[in-house]
Design a protein around this ligand. Structure first.
Ligand code: UDP
Ligand code: MG
Length: 138
C-alpha cells in the first residue's frame, strides 16, 4: 500500500470556479499536497494519459473535453491514499456518486466529472511521474 495518489481538477470544474472548494475538500479530508501545477493539456498529452481507454467509445470525446481548458494536476499524500481518494470523489457518474462526494457536489456529467483519481498504486506512481519530475515534488 503506497501513500500517494494523483489527481486532476478537470476543465469543467476549473471553468465553473470550483478549484478552491475542491482543494479545500481534499485537504480537509486529510490529504497533503506534495506537488501541484496549473496547465492546459495538449491533445497528444491527454491521449497519452488516457491511452488505456483508447479503444473505448468515449475516448475521442474525453480527449476533446480534457483539452477544452486548463486543469490543476496534483500529487496527494495520505495513508491509503488511492482508496481513500476514490471514496471522497465518488462514482464516475455523478448521478451515482454518494451525497457529499466531490463528484456529487461539483460534477456536471459522466464525462465532465470534475476530478480524476488514480485507480491503483502502480497507476498513481506512473501518473505522478507523467506530470512531475522528482524536483517538483515536495
Ligand atoms: N468517461 C466518459 N464516459 C464513460 C466513462 C468514462 O466520458 O462512459 C470519462 C470520465 O471523464 C472518466 C474518464 O473517462 O472520469 C476515465 O474513465 P474511468 O472509467 O477510468 O473512470 P474514473 O476512474 O475517472 O472514475
Ligand atoms: Mg479511471
Amino acid at each position: 500500500m503506497s501513500n500517494i495518489t494523483f489527481t486532476m481538477i478537470k476543465p469543467d470544474a476549473v471553468a465553473n470556479g470550483h478549484i478552491g472548494n475542491i482543494l479545500n475538500h481534499i485537504t480537509t479530508a486529510g490529504f497533503k499536497i506534495v506537488a501541484m501545477k496549473y496547465l492546459h493539456l495538449s491533445t497528444e498529452k491527454a491521449g497519452e494519459f488516457y491511452g488505456i481507454h483508447r479503444e473505448r467509445p468515449f475516448f475521442n470525446d474525453l480527449v476533446s473535453f480534457m483539452t477544452s481548458g486548463p486543469i490543476v494536476a496534483a500529487v496527494l499524500q495520505k495513508d491509503n491514499a488511492v482508496a481513500d481518494f476514490r471514496t471522497i470523489i465518488g462514482a464516475t457518474d455523478p448521478k451515482k456518486a454518494d451525497a457529499g462526494t466531490i463528484r456529487n457536489l461539483y460534477a456536471d456529467s459522466i464525462e465532465a466529472n470534475a476530478v480524476h483519481g488514480s485507480d491503483s498504486d502502480e497507476n498513481a506512481a506512473n501518473e505522478a511521474s507523467f506530470f512531475f519530475s522528482a524536483f517538483e515534488r515536495y
